[in-house]
Design a binder for this molecule. Structure first.
Ligand code: NAP
Length: 309
């Protein structure tokens, strides 16, 4: 039987460690703070930001939710970020994406101080990660490494294949695996004979954004499968393609009218040595690592030694 890597439990353990560190900092008169910038009314973004603000409250981290209107300009946003860069009560700045079309997202992300860049999207942090220097790493990729490490899955010397090369997931996860001495191949939509490459992977990371894309014949039996994908299934036909005969999913689908599938077909998990389920695998780590990065940024900015993560 493949081993299920319980991301929710790992995220809970990390949050507990972060809360302990927050208490330690409180004893020195320091309260880490996160500014969350949520523009307009994108329902999914509102849900994500609400969870992030709630996580701050749970762990004793100060949070400031800033909600500019949908019509905000790039200049207004740059002014806002400059103000947050200067605020002493703010250690981390989170700009929830996507932003409205009139806002220059890249200019804005580049304007965030690299020291407060808790999403790890600033080119300085991407460069530091690439150079193998300490950096605030993007949260989801950092979470993938935590899952592997805390589950006792070796990385050094393993052949890791990452499908997807986004700046947010694919590239940084590949870099983190390389920094941990895996042999890494990055694949994308122009890769030839993808299955021949993925079939060799000891660790296969799927960050594609296509439901059930990695099929059983693309997987080496016994491999560790890390599924970053989050795709919503809303039609009966799609549901049957991934979950036919799965009574638990059936009940959830009947109740909500939708369910979530990753980028790896559930049938492929049956061949794995270990895998992250969707939901409950990589997903919960993203917020846990955002919290960890905020506390880390609070320490970095004050030249205090790093603790954990
Ligand atoms: P993205 O920016 O759309 O990147 C997708 C990547 O997949 C691209 O590099 C693309 O290649 C590649 N790709 C697309 N079709 C392919 C194909 N047929 N064969 C091989 N590669 C293909 O997506 P993302 O932001 O990295 O997110 C990936 C997935 O992770 C999404 O499902 C997203 O919802 C999920 N996600 C989850 C979390 C979380 O768990 N908290 C966080 C972030 C993202 P090209 O570069 O050639 O186009």
């Amino acid at each position: 039987m493949p081993r299920v890597l319980d991301g929710a439990a790992i995220a809970a353990a990390i949050k507990l460690e972060v809360a302990t560190d927050v208490k330690r900092l409180a004893a020195e008169g320091i309260r880490p703070g996160l500014a969350a910038v949520l523009v307009g009314h994108v329902p999914a973004s509102e849900i994500y930001v609400r969870s992030k603000v709630q996580a701050c409250a749970d762990l004793g981290i100060f949070s400031d939710l800033i909600t500019p209107p949908e019509t905000v300009t790039t200049e207004d946003m740059l002014d806002l970020v400059a103000g947050l860069n200067d605020r002493d009560d703010i250690d981390g700045i989170l700009i929830q994406l996507p932003l409205p079309a009139q806002v220059d997202t890249k200019a804005l992300l580049d304007a965030v101080s690299p020291l407060k860049d808790v999403d790890g999207f600033h080119p300085v942090n991407a460069g530091r990660l690439q150079a193998g220097r300490p950096a605030l790493a993007p949260c989801t990729p950092a979470g993938v490494i935590q899952i592997l490490e805390r589950s006792g899955i070796p990385i050094a010397g393993q052949y890791a294949v990452v499908v997807g090369r986004s700046d947010i997931v694919g590239k940084p996860v590949a870099m983190l695996l390389l920094n941990q001495n895996a042999t890494v191949t990055i694949c994308h939509s122009k890769t030839r004979d993808l299955a021949a490459i993925t079939r060799q992977a000891d660790i296969l990371v799927a960050a594609i954004g296509r439901p059930g894309f990695i099929m059983p014949e693309m997987v080496k039996p016994g491999a560790t499968l890390i599924d970053v994908g989050i795709n919503r299934v809303t039609t009966r036909g799609e549901f049957d393609r991934y979950f036919a005969g799965n009574a638990k999913r059936e009940a959830a689908f009947a109740k909500r009218g939708s369910t979530i599938v990753g980028d790896i077909h559930p049938k492929a998990f049956e061949l794995a040595g270990a895998y992250t389920p969707v939901p409950g695998g990589v997903g919960p780590l993203t917020i846990a690592m955002l919290m960890a990065n905020t506390v880390r940024a609070a320490r970095m900015r004050r030249n205090l030694p790093r603790r954990g993560h």
